[in-house]
Design a binder for this molecule. Structure first.
Ligand code: SF4
Length: 409
């Protein structure tokens, strides 16, 4: 496996073929391909695929379908390959955003006593987090939000909550994520083996949207469209939605609204972004009677990240919160999907994906009844030790990064 920023060609080739082969091996052992009979899990693993919402506009654009039809086509294809369950990671992103909101409010209230409480920097992008952990270390890592990323939360949901619903031990599930970038492959390894998952990883394998599209194009499977599953068995298919905000990630806009309400009792209807140095460095402020109450920023791409880090180290970063994404223009532009055949950025495809994504309805995470129910049923309340274990993480410093997977920045 490799990071997007690793330059070794042989490493890249190996990662792509190995991951696709892992999934093929699990799928070909599955009886679902032969006709959908019930699984005998003493013989093989239950194969679960979770799809990131940022991957769907890619499939929609690539196959000239609506997002809903693209989701059904992808799901039908995966089921035809032998996958037992196909989920959408939106519910995991809901948890991640809700925990980030709460952490921001807590940090804001504590920042008088704790110099590292603010600015809070988002931690959902593994490209950025790996850079912070392995290269930047202590001056930066205490500022990272401890909420797990959507991929990490989905790992817990599938291998803990869903496994228990199905009466399975976590290692009886092989969990694959479909994502827009290669950095998610390293993120899957970063988590190690959480105690709650009894020696199993939350995510066993990550395939990029482009890798899946390649498998689809090379396959002669006749595909019947199918509805995406939900973790709740009998629920009907959920409508595909999107996050508010500039970069298809949605942390800034949702945390901003929540903080304005919780800290200043201000209701924010429209979040207005102001481009500063370039369109990948934007600012959002909450002002009252000429006073700035909240100052948030979005910093995308390494040029902007490096400027931000320089200011942070000098104590001159004027923000309470920064949404940080390694890819310029955000996750739709992940290198696992917005690329031409020769590996160059495909701007036309990206613009098409942006148009498709922005037309989706916004689903605020607070409105998900399933998430609220899971806080009670799965996590034993919103302030329980289980929330800490399943939804939060810690960060390493360079001297403590012991794994052998390296990145060339
Ligand atoms: S910004 Fe890029 S590297 Fe980061 S999670 Fe999104 S697609 Fe992956």
């Amino acid at each position: 496996m490799k990071c997007e920023h690793c330059t070794r060609k042989e490493c890249s080739k190996k990662s792509k073929t190995e991951d696709a082969e892992d999934v093929s091996a699990e799928a070909s052992a599955s009886p679902a391909r032969a006709g959908g009979e019930k699984c005998d899990t003493s013989e093989h693993k239950v194969l679960v695929v979770s799809v990131c919402p940022q991957s769907l506009p890619y499939f929609a654009a690539k196959f000239s379908l609506s997002v809903t039809d693209a989701s059904r086509r992808l799901c039908g294809f995966l089921k035809g390959l032998g996958v037992h369950y196909v989920f959408d990671t939106t519910i995991a992103a809901d948890f991640s955003i809700l925990e980030s909101q709460r952490e921001f409010v807590r940090r804001y209230q504590q920042h008088g006593q704790d110099a590292c409480a603010l600015p809070m920097l988002t931690s959902a992008c593994p490209g950025w987090v790996r850079y912070a952990e392995r290269v930047l270390g202590r001056p930066v890592t205490p500022h990272l939000c401890t909420a797990k990323s959507p991929q990490q939360v989905m790992g817990s949901l599938v291998k803990d909550y869903f496994a228990r619903q199905q009466n399975l031990s976590p290692e009886k599930i092989f969990h694959v994520i479909v994502a827009p970038c290669y950095d998610k492959k390293l993120e899957a390894l970063r988590e190690g083996f959480p105690a709650a998952l009894h020696g199993s990883r939350g995510v066993d394998c990550v395939l990029t949207s482009g890798e899946i599209a390649q498998i689809m194009e090379q396959s002669d499977l006749s595909v019947k469209d199918a509805a995406v599953d939900t973790l709740f068995g009998d629920c009907r298919e959920e409508r595909v939605g999107r996050r508010d905000g500039a970069g298809a990630d949605g942390y800034l806009a949702h945390v901003f609204r929540h903080a304005a309400k919780e800290l200043f009792d201000e209701h924010v209807e429209e979040v207005t972004y102001r481009a500063l140095r370039n369109r990948d460095f934007q600012e959002v402020t909450l002002e009252k009677n000429g006073e700035v109450l909240l100052r948030f920023a979005a910093a995308y791409g390494f040029r902007n990240i490096q400027n931000m880090v320089l200011k942070l180290k000098r104590g001159r970063l004027p923000y309470h919160f920064v949404e940080v994404l390694a890819c310029p223009e955000g996750c739709l532009n992940g290198r696992g999907q917005a690329r031409t055949e020769d590996g160059q950025a495909d701007k036309a495809l990206l613009r098409q994906m942006e148009g498709i994504y922005s037309a989706l309805p916004v689903h605020p995470p607070e409105t998900s009844a399933h998430v609220q129910a899971l806080y009670q049923e799965w996590l034993e309340g919103s302030d329980s030790p289980k929330v800490q274990e399943a939804l939060h993480t810690t960060f390493q410093s360079p001297e403590h990064c012991t794994d052998s997977l390296d990145i060339k920045w």
